[in-house]
Design a protein around this ligand. Sequence first.
Ligand SMILES: [Zn+2]
Length: 341
Amino acid sequence: MRTVVLTGPGSIAVESRPEPRIIEPTDAILRVTASCICGSDLWPYRGIEPVTQPRGMGHEYVGIVEEVGSQVQTVRPGEFVVGSFFASDNTCPTCRAGYQSSCVQRQAAAPDGAQAERVRITLADGTLVATPGMPAPDLIPSLLAASDVLGTGWFAAVAAEAGPGKTVAVVGDGAVGLLGVLAARELGADRIIAMSRHTDRQALARDFGATDIVEARGDAGVEAIKDLTDGLGAHSVIEAVGTQEAMQQALRSTRPGGHLGFVGVAHDVNLSGEELFFSHVHVHGGPAPVRRFLPDLIDRIWTRQIDPGRVFDLELPLERAAEGYAAMDERRAIKVLLRAE
Ligand SMILES: [Zn+2]
């Protein structure tokens, strides 16, 4: 079967690999309908995370169950399923508290990479959620978005306590930031400020519910947020980048007593303890427990209340994955969907 492999910085190949097999009795094998390229895939692609050996890529997937291990009970061959990047048992105390991405059995859900024709998923019972039936083709991008970027944006909005009466600011106009805007709207926020310099992304942010756009960044961005919030800062701030500048901007844009939800994978972020101490900001984030939100998100997509699949602005067959990586790296595409069949 064909699978996307990172062979070195900036180098993506599509190679033939052996078909995945059930290894653990808790595994499932999916025939992948679609997968996608994540902003976090760009860190190793750019060589910021070292690549020591060829590596199967991808951790976002939807597909049809082909085979399950002997202990799998909740999903059956033939079902269409959505899963997330970390596998979880969904039964341990951490999972039951809603933090499946810190499950005591946490492991990669697709250890060999999901940008492939078939994928082995670990801890299938706790990780995969079946849809009510076979999805209409136009629902597939949105269901795929639920597997990571929607679930992550949603978690950020929940961590930032977005809701009625709140002004929400969103730092980052990638897919997660844009879907953080959508999540804030769905959670009932009064006002949503999207921070973006790209007109196409600004337009999508407005469609997803942004009421204001701020183009300034850094200290000027913080000032712009304060100007829009009586000098106080936003009640709720979503950080969806993971850099020092973005995190600092997010923290400083949050009013005292407010909440910062951060979901950009942190790279070389160092916050001052003193600044945190005096900020009076609730800071909560990390790898999103997407599994917590999946049943609700699938329902909202299935009933067409939300259309998060609009973040995909480039769709390619799996064989052309290298073009997709280049487009995302050069920010020509917000998010790239890879059709596996
Ligand atoms: Zn668990």
